[in-house]
Design a protein around this ligand. Structure first.
Ligand SMILES: Nc1ncnc2c1ncn2[C@@H]1O[C@H](COP(=O)(O)OP(=O)(O)OP(=O)(O)O)[C@@H](O)[C@H]1O
Ligand SMILES: [Mg+2]
Length: 356
């Protein structure tokens, strides 16, 4: 039996999503192979070992359940210990050996290479992409650079930081309009779940969108808007072998797939598999694998594409290295449709964590 530490919550705008994803993962980890321990990170960044009911996690009641104790991972390389303190935070009351960590943290500090760096320091194997890969996949400007270098088709784009904008706002705005056309998407380079993203149709919109995006990051990516269907593919594996899922389609009920559409209104339609010709599906799956490999992917990722309604071409949009993992999320659902049930998928992900 191996001891797996599932880490949930986190200081990120996707805290609630993480609670729901971790509920699903905790409930589906094969218990004949793994002992599961859970650690929640509060919105303030406190680390709390949690030994209460799983059902108190998704509604955020875990935190006031009285079943938490302050905890840290020992940073001594290779000790692989979770140190649990008494509630005064003074004495260590328990040490748990950890064989692997499973970070179920979306967005900042979870999906961006930072916690992965901590696991590397501690010598703890972990599920998912490594430090550089996570960071590059989280940052839309770096992702786009790597995709360009790898010859992956994507929307025309440009990026700039808050210093560039402070000295040359007018030049940047005219570059956006001249090189990308209208409408454009304005996005913080690092965010996720559509937070801070706008579709801008006029110059005035662009200025507003930029101000909003700078609330979330110091760097912005502007992209040509593709009039498109939205297709997604789940990827599992490592450099030693990659498996892609059938393709799924999201049919947003709103103008674009924003945070509300994703997590609140819940009326976007998910089609699995997507009603597209086999040839397009094959091409998309091959592209998804190329994106994953180009970015040193390991473990899991959901790779998202646009299928242009104007020219029928596929454009890579983005890669998520810790995609939504609730029981109704695309990532596990697409593999279910590919013949890989969720408990086997999770088992594979943990096995890959031990690969060099
Ligand atoms: N270039 C584009 N052309 C057309 N639509 C776009 C473009 N970029 C983004 N969108 C729309 O905005 C949504 C959010 O954008 P994107 O996927 O880049 O953001 P995200 O915040 O990283 O989301 P995720 O939660 O998937 O990580 C897309 O699903 C799509 O509906
Ligand atoms: Mg997206």
């Amino acid at each position: 039996m191996k001891n797996v530490l599932v880490i949930f919550g986190g200081k990120s705008s996707e805290y609630e999503v993480s609670l729901r994803s971790s509920e699903c993962i905790i409930k589906n980890i094969p218990r004949d192979k793994y002992n599961v321990y859970t650690l929640g990170i509060s919105r303030n960044g406190d680390w709390l070992f949690y030994d209460g009911e799983v059902d108190l996690i998704p509604n955020d009641e875990w935190i006031s359940s009285g079943k938490t104790s302050p905890a840290v991972l020992s940073s001594a390389y290779g000790s692989r210990e979770l140190l649990i303190f008494d509630n005064a935070g003074e004495a260590i009351k328990e040490r748990i050996h950890i064989d692997a960590a499973f970070p179920v943290l979306h967005g900042k500090n979870g999906e961006d290479g930072t916690i992965q760096g901590l696991f590397e320091m501690c010598g703890i194997p972990y599920v998912g992409c490594g430090v550089l890969s996570s960071a590059a996949c989280m940052d839309k400007a770096f992702t786009n650079l790597v995709a360009d270098a790898a010859g992956i088709p994507q929307a025309k784009w440009l990026s700039f930081n808050s210093y560039d904008y402070s000295v040359n706002a007018d030049g940047i705005i005219s570059d956006i309009i001249n090189k990308l056309g209208l409408p454009v998407f304005i996005k913080p380079a690092n965010a996720g779940s559509s937070v801070g993203i706008s579709k801008a149709k006029t110059e005035a919109d662009i200025r507003k969108a930029i101000d909003l995006a700078f609330e979330h990051d110091f760097k912005i990516v502007a992209e040509e808007a593709i009039n498109a269907r939205e297709l997604e593919c789940s990827v599992l594996g490592s450099m030693q072998g990659v498996k892609t899922s059938v393709v799924g389609e999201i049919v947003p009920k709103k103008e674009f797939y924003d945070y509300e559409a994703k997590y609140i209104s819940d009326d976007s339609e998910l089609l699995m598999p997507a009603p597209i010709p086999e040839k397009v599906s094959d091409e998309l799956r091959a592209l998804a694998e190329r994106v994953f490999r180009a970015l040193d992917g390991k473990g899991l990722a959901r790779v998202d594409f646009f299928l242009s309604k104007d020219n029928g071409r596929l454009y890579f949009n983005e890669i998520n290295t810790i995609p939504g993992f609730t029981s109704i999320s695309m990532y596990p659902k697409l593999f279910e449709h590919t013949g890989l049930p969720i408990n086997e998928l999770i088992d594979k992900l943990i096995e890959i964590a031990f690969e060099i």
